[in-house]
Design a protein around this ligand. Sequence first.
Ligand SMILES: C[S@@+](CC[C@H](N)C(=O)[O-])C[C@H]1O[C@@H](n2cnc3c(N)ncnc32)[C@H](O)[C@@H]1O
Length: 269
Amino acid sequence: MDSNDDKSMDMQLISKLFFSKQPINIITDYLRDHIQELSSDETQEQLLNATIGHKLMNKYPLSLKYRQLFAKKVIQLLESEDFTICDTFYILNGHLLSQSMDTIKNNYNFNYLNYVLTSGQIVSLQESNNLVIDGTTGLTTWSAAKHLAYFIECNPHIVKNKNIVELGSGVGMTGICVLKTCYPHSYTFSDHHPLVLQVLQNNIDINNCGQNWRISNIDWFDPYSVDNYLNANDPDIIIASDVTYDPQVIGYLCDVLNKLLKSCHKRRK
Ligand SMILES: C[S@@+](CC[C@H](N)C(=O)[O-])C[C@H]1O[C@@H](n2cnc3c(N)ncnc32)[C@H](O)[C@@H]1O
């Protein structure tokens, strides 16, 4: 599509491209050509009304994946320009994500599992029997998480009063067990997959985990996400269970560990 800086953004054209499910990069290229207009809440609202917020999407919605990807790409574009994103954008995006959560829960046999800890306390987790859903392995508890939880529960002195960060937390088994039994100073759960993060949040909420935890969106492929975490936190201990077997991912994971370890060393000095 030709760039045309003289003309203002054509919302009708955007609707036309969006409704006929054209590749999203065609639309984002067009938006990029008119990027300054998108700095205002008003234009962002108009863009939403022309696309994911259009009334046609209630009656004859495009595929959920397409609408989610559109929202994600536009949010990324606005963030890359440091624009403030209007509230309606976040509300609609949250709505799209929770719809996909419902679809997944309905289609993939989501249930609660109850794990009895060595202390006798119970951890109830919403999870699936499926090992891979929506491209992630994070929506079920893996054996390694149970073993790590057991190990820490038997050796609480390792984590007591410490600031812990967990990578690839999945549905939260290890961290919830640590919070319920071992008195860490703080615990940061992390993951990168939006649905995993939602289920994780729900699981923490239902297990009375106290106040000294947070969830951080740490993506090993995104160095800024680690920096963001480190801007506000200084971990003492880094833990992870069964996070990858993919040789192509290991290098990125090592970079994350390197940064976190440097911060741990700095704290100890
Ligand atoms: C096999 S699951 C293990 C989950 C949990 N630790 C357990 O043992 O039950 C791997 C986890 O790593 C997360 N993961 C994979 N790639 C990631 C990445 N690039 N950044 C952050 N987390 C990632 C997945 O979302 C998933 O939750």
